[in-house]
Design a protein around this ligand. Sequence first.
Ligand SMILES: Cc1cc2nc3c(=O)[nH]c(=O)nc-3n(C[C@H](O)[C@H](O)[C@H](O)COP(=O)(O)OP(=O)(O)OC[C@H]3O[C@@H](n4cnc5c(N)ncnc54)[C@H](O)[C@@H]3O)c2cc1C
Ligand code: SF4
Length: 479
Amino acid sequence: MAQTRMLKFVTVPRSMPEKRTADERTADFDEIYQEYAAEKAAEQAGRCSQCGVPYCQTHCPLHNNIPDWLRLTAEGRLQEAYELSQATNTFPEICGRICPQDRLCEGNCVIEQSGHGTVTIGSVEKYLTDTAWVEGWVKPIAPAAEREESVGIIGAGPGGLAAAEQLRKRGVQVTVYDRYDRGGGLMTYGIPGFKLEKDIVLRRIAQLEAAGVTFVMNCNVGEDISFAEIRGKHDAVLIATGVYKSRDLGGPGAGLGGIVRAIDYLTASNRVGFGDEVPEYDSGELNAAGKRVVVIGGGDTAMDCVRTAIRQGATSVKCLYRRDRANMPGSQRETQNAEEEGVEFVWLAAPRGFTGEGSVSGVRVAKMRLGSPDATGRRSPEEIPGADYTEDAELVVKALGFEPEDLPALWNTPGLEVTRWGTVKADFQTHQTSLEGVFAVGDIVRGASLVVWAIRDGRDAAQSILKHFAACAARVAAE
Ligand SMILES: Cc1cc2nc3c(=O)[nH]c(=O)nc-3n(C[C@H](O)[C@H](O)[C@H](O)COP(=O)(O)OP(=O)(O)OC[C@H]3O[C@@H](n4cnc5c(N)ncnc54)[C@H](O)[C@@H]3O)c2cc1C
Ligand code: SF4
């Protein structure tokens, strides 16, 4: 029987008892916040017009049944709303926190389109699943029957984990291999903790472990174990390794100290958040405290770097981008958040080189203007001659995007076909690669993308792997 929840206003007590422990104060806050969140979720869900043309659903990569779970939320039928929302999403509380909703569901909400402000779909989704964890509605993964087939998944990011969950539910024996010490991929070591709390991610991994998924951590496939060995151990293999090769910058002074890669900077910051020892952070190499920081790039990774630098206590944080605000690849919402936190954006500015002796002291900046549109219709930036100047900086973070590593070479598997961009070639629908029984999902197929797309791929690939097993069994039976 689904539980309903009465929503009521709460008033904050005028005077609190004087001596309260931090834990008691946190409990008070949690209680008050929970009521506020419930109120907000119901209010927002009630704004959904049930328009009948659910563009929000169409533009959600998981095609979540948003209108129905919003209606249930508005009616206070939270458990039913949660059940519906989790039916199509492996990690709804994660997507609710970090999907760029302005480009997906919320950006296509009919109410938003008519100028009245979107229903905050992501916040409702987050609230529903957070509540489900608190109320014990999130059920353990319990396969009805065990199967003999086993799948080796390389990469414990959202793509690999979503596939692991779907396969384990069907009783498949699943082993996940990852080169890091913790699972979660970029959800754990890329995305900052102020956007996605790490216990939210680790709780999902613990749930998979409890369901019988085996995690082999600190295991770099290609070094600690060969790809061929993994193929030999399992009936099918899923490649979900993401993209980690950072695009680099050349020019005079590019090798100076204090010029670092975004992934190293963010990983260090996340490790510090876990309480790990991070010598590069302690030495100041990957720490913005007390420094003038320049971040180069205009995507979401750049936004994460500038916001992290602010939190680390940088004296100033500037973001250089070679196009203008309207042409930025990053989310406008993230840019606004960064601005509100004190980040200065320097538009139409491209790095030409770096100044300094041993360590960086500044970025030589070429001022740009937007020229004529290129083949894609996007206006190309071109330099304004004689307008160069220097931005002072003791820490420069390069956030120019990521490319795939050369997996066929690293894994000594030339038969694994890749595209001209180096991403693994996989069938759009089945996720099957050029190798029999080997599938691939997420960023390693799409190029740098989104968590929600990796989840979608992982879920779909799990279904393809099950079909592959059925086809193998039919073949054996026919022989
Ligand atoms: C800084 C940053 C911020 C982001 N913010 C957002 C956001 O706010 N919202 C959003 O939707 N998306 C965001 N993204 C993108 C999102 O994180 C990725 O699209 C998503 O994580 C891709 O999932 P994946 O499973 O394909 O790969 P990943 O999450 O990259 O996971 C791949 C895993 O494979 C492992 N691996 C790689 N090679 C090997 C090997 N040889 N052997 C063993 N293990 C291996 C890695 O250690 C890693 O754990 C962000 C990305 C970055 C870099
Ligand atoms: S998964 Fe992402 S796009 Fe889909 S409804 Fe949730 S927040 Fe929106």
